[in-house]
Design a protein around this ligand. Structure first.
Ligand code: EPZ
Length: 425
């Protein structure tokens, strides 16, 4: 895996239709939510990506049985748990493992999860997760690099929590913990990403009463684990970021490219911004068709929590702006260090200047292909997109980043006509 790389050549035409997989940033939390349920649950439309396999290992390390009735259907049976500890060697590779904190605290009254390291895009703190759990009555402390959570004998108590920032992970952890708290817990300034609503739908299917789906105020009524429903199946929401990535590819090369398998309402701002760059967008009932015939116009964006422009689309958009007519300012408001990608695409001739949270992108006539290294998941995908329009060929290595979140990324692009191939050196 480490010595694999993608070779992408300048591609004169991209067209056709591609279907996205289930959302990485939902399925990992749905799998964590299954910890709450003392029986079997099934999750369908599961993407075949590395992070799902890692989350399976985390669940199995807790004594949970995980099976695959179909290639995209996972069965999770959490009747028995024999551990409350998510080991460092797993958590270190996947920050999303912290999503097991809340359900373990709710189900077992104890949780021990290795502190997630930082990563290329920022320190990835979890102070809001911890303060929220403490507001529910849990005692948290850090010891030997692990977060230790202990719930008093009396159990978690419903409370009112207001998040300082609409953190996706903190919202999810607190919703999951609140399922095990007696009474109604209110989470204000909650994140509203579609993946949160997908988690809420899963919990409602399990018999949890939750009000405020899709709003910044969630009210979760605690329920005894034994009273939760088992044996239901939940379909993962389509991956809006994977969809946005392929739509940017269509805007870059020209299209028409049709992307299906997701809800266009989950990309409203991205579609609006792509239209402003000069792309024609047609909303279909199961996706979007994009085509660009004129020049790419430079426009500015700033990343914000949903429904704002998603930070996970920032690098892909930077690629588009790097060959636009004019200059654009890209402001990253969500993560403190998410411009690593700029250094890599600059090696392909992009003209980008970073000033704190702002990147000034002066569009150039043409990028030139070069050997590059993926700095992170979305940066890696954005480098592949850059290779589609760069003169010559571009080599993208460190593919483990892309494999974490994109199922068959090069194959899907190939099906649209991309001159792309994956090699093992
Ligand atoms: C989720 O990360 C996603 N990951 C990220 O996607 C996504 O970029 C992010 O939400 C924002 O949409 C998964 O769902 C697995 P946050 P998460 O908590 O939950 C700070 C991708 O490419 N913060 O909303 O970690 C934090 O440091 C990945 O698919 C605190 O300070 O995001 C960050 O600056 C990348 N304290 C900001 O909030 C906390 O307790 C947003 O983080 C929690 C977060």
């Amino acid at each position: 895996m480490e010595n694999e790389y993608i070779l992408v050549k300048q591609t004169p035409k991209l067209q056709g239709s591609v279907k996205v997989s289930g959302a990485k940033n939902s399925v990992l939390k749905l799998m964590a939510a299954a910890i709450l349920i003392p029986g079997e649950t099934r999750i369908s439309n599961v993407p075949d990506i590395a992070d799902v396999r890692l989350m399976q290992q985390v669940l199995e390390s807790l004594g949970i049985k995980v099976g695959w009735p179909a290639s995209d259907v996972v069965s999770i049976d959490a009747t028995e748990l024999n551990s409350h500890r998510a080991p460092y060697e797993l958590v270190a590779h996947m920050r999303a493992s912290t999503a097991v904190l809340g359900p373990l605290a709710a189900r077992l009254g104890r949780a021990s999860v290795a502190l997630p390291g930082g990563c290329a895009i920022g320190s990835r703190k979890i102070d809001m997760h911890i303060s929220g759990l403490e507001a529910l009555g849990a005692h948290c402390h850090i010891e030997h690099g692990y977060i230790e959570v202990e719930v008093p004998e009396a159990g978690l108590k419903a409370t009112e929590v207001t998040l300082d920032f609409p953190s996706v992970g903190a919202t999810e952890n607190l919703v999951l913990a609140a399922v095990g708290a007696q009474g109604k817990t209110t989470i204000s300034n909650a994140a509203r990403e579609p993946e949160i609503s997908d988690l809420v739908d899963f919990l409602i299917a399990a018999g949890v009463s939750i009000e405020g789906r899709g709003t910044t105020k969630l009210v979760v009524e605690g329920i005894l684990s034994a009273n939760l429903k088992t044996g239901f199946e939940h379909k993962v929401v389509g991956d809006r970021i994977e969809a946005g990535t392929f739509l940017v590819a269509g805007a870059l090369v020209g299209g028409p490219v049709t992307v299906t398998g997701f809800d266009p309402e989950h990309l409203t701002i991205v579609l609006k911004k792509l239209r402003e760059t000069g792309a024609d967008i047609a909303i279909l009932d199961d996706g979007v068709c994009i085509e660009r015939t004129g020049p790419i116009k430079a426009i500015s964006i700033q990343t914000l929590p949903f429904p704002g422009f998603p930070t996970d689309m920032q690098a892909q958009f930077m690629t588009l702006m790097s060959v636009a007519q004019g200059s654009s300012i890209i402001t990253e408001n969500v993560f403190e260090n998410r411009f690593m990608f700029a250094d890599e695409i600059a090696r392909m001739g992009a003209d980008i200047r970073i000033e704190g949270h702002h990147a000034l992108v002066n569009g150039v006539q043409e990028l030139s292909g070069a050997p590059t290294v993926s700095p992170d998941l979305r940066g890696g995908a954005a480098l592949v997109l850059a290779g589609l329009v760069a003169e010559g060929e571009t080599r993208v290595s460190s593919l483990h980043h892309i494999d974490r979140g994109y199922e068959q990324f090069s194959e899907k692009l190939q099906s649209l006509g991309a001159r792309i191939e994956r090699f093992s050196s």
